[in-house]
Write a protein that binds this ligand. Structure first.
Ligand code: SF4
Length: 350
């Protein structure tokens, strides 16, 4: 546009640091530049069509309508400081409208694939959450003493919403680079987690990206027979090959790998299965998150009891595998991936 180079930095900062809604708000830019930006471009925002907050107010979920009518979900989870870690606000974002992978315990998987999200649509979810987080931070602050520069905003981002991030690989990586940029949202790479069902070629590619992000693998079963029952992707990428790829990833990146294990009552939560999982992961630098499932409307599974979850954890411990039982946040607002869209359609249908 014939502007000086430093204007691009100012524009970037206005978009991703100040999270401005419009060009008019960008007071660091000259008036003529703002005018030509307005004439040629627009800042796309997501249209919120439904929002819910859990009864304990720690979790809120937004359903957004994209410009072509597709619906996606974004969740914000708020964690109090626990002595080891400071207060956190984690945005859980979507990378696809729907999902082709068809995991049977997942509401999104039960809805089918619609399309990949653009880089802008992925980043815009964090921007929306950042606006909310900043407003909340400012609210909590004491007599308006604190300035906008001191607020914390979104501290973590997890790619665990609708869709498989590595099936939308290029846009996911570009979005991570935007989120991580120090002049913008400045979310540290170690505070960004990408979750995958285990697309092996993309995991190996990700190892070469030189990103210090966290990788989480949705494993959910310790063997092929059990895993294939709930995750059709296992037929393409069996457990042993997946764990092999994880070893390569860990060796290359020197990063610990997280395994997500949704506990499904009487399906994958026995002590024998815990021991099998322990043997499978033996020797890998990893951590297992055990998640008693959020039941879905049409899903066949029930939630594992906490006692069973704890005994599963004991089985892993026998093999020296560290784990955490993570109670899902936002049960009362259908915060599991795809559940709000499911509920909105239910409401619209009636
Ligand atoms: S769990 Fe993830 S990969 Fe599986 S169907 Fe749901 S969104 Fe897709």
């Amino acid at each position: 546009m014939g502007e000086k180079k430093f204007r691009s930095d100012q524009l970037w900062r206005s978009l991703y640091h100040d999270v401005s809604n419009s060009f008019e708000e960008m007071s660091t830019l000259s008036k003529p530049f703002r005018k030509s930006l307005r004439e040629k471009y627009s800042i796309s925002t997501l249209k919120e069509v439904m929002a819910l907050t859990s009864s304990d107010r720690t979790t809120s979920k937004s359903l957004y309508r994209l410009c072509d009518g597709e619906l996606i979900e974004t969740v914000m989870m708020r964690y109090e400081s626990d002595g080891h870690r400071r207060n956190r606000k984690t945005a859980c974002i979507s990378t696809q409208a729907g999902c082709a992978l068809g995991c049977t315990f997942c509401a999104t998987g039960q809805q089918g694939f619609r399309r990949n999200l653009t880089v802008g649509e992925i980043v815009a979810q964090v921007i929306e959450m950042q606006r909310v987080a900043i407003a909340e931070d400012l609210d909590q602050i004491d007599g308006g003493q604190r300035t906008k520069g001191e607020v914390q905003g979104v501290t973590n981002v997890v790619f665990m919403g609708m869709g498989e991030p590595l099936a939308n690989y290029k846009n996911t990586i570009s979005a991570i680079r935007v989120l991580n940029d120090g002049q913008g949202l400045n979310i540290g790479a170690r505070h960004i987690t990408v979750s995958t069902v285990g697309l092996i070629p993309e995991i190996l590619k990700l190892a070469d990206e030189d990103l210090q992000i966290n990788l989480a693998i949705s494993l959910h079963a310790p063997d092929n027979a059990t895993r294939s029952q709930t995750m059709p992707v296992n037929k393409r990428y069996p457990v042993e090959e997946l764990i092999n790829a994880c070893h390569k990833y860990a060796a290359k990146t020197k990063r610990r790998i997280f395994f997500e294990y949704v506990l499904l009552k009487e399906q994958n939560d026995s002590i024998e299965q815990a021991q099998k999982l322990g043997r499978l992961l033996n020797g890998l630098h990893c951590h297992v998150n055990l998640i008693p499932v959020n039941p879905t409307r049409d899903g066949p599974f029930e939630r594992t009891d906490l006692i069973v979850a704890k005994s599963f954890q004991g089985g892993l411990k026998q093999y020296g595998i560290p784990s955490t039982v993570r109670m899902e946040k936002g049960i009362d607002i259908n915060a599991g991936c795809g559940q709000l869209r499911e509920r909105a359609i239910e409401i619209l249908d009636n």
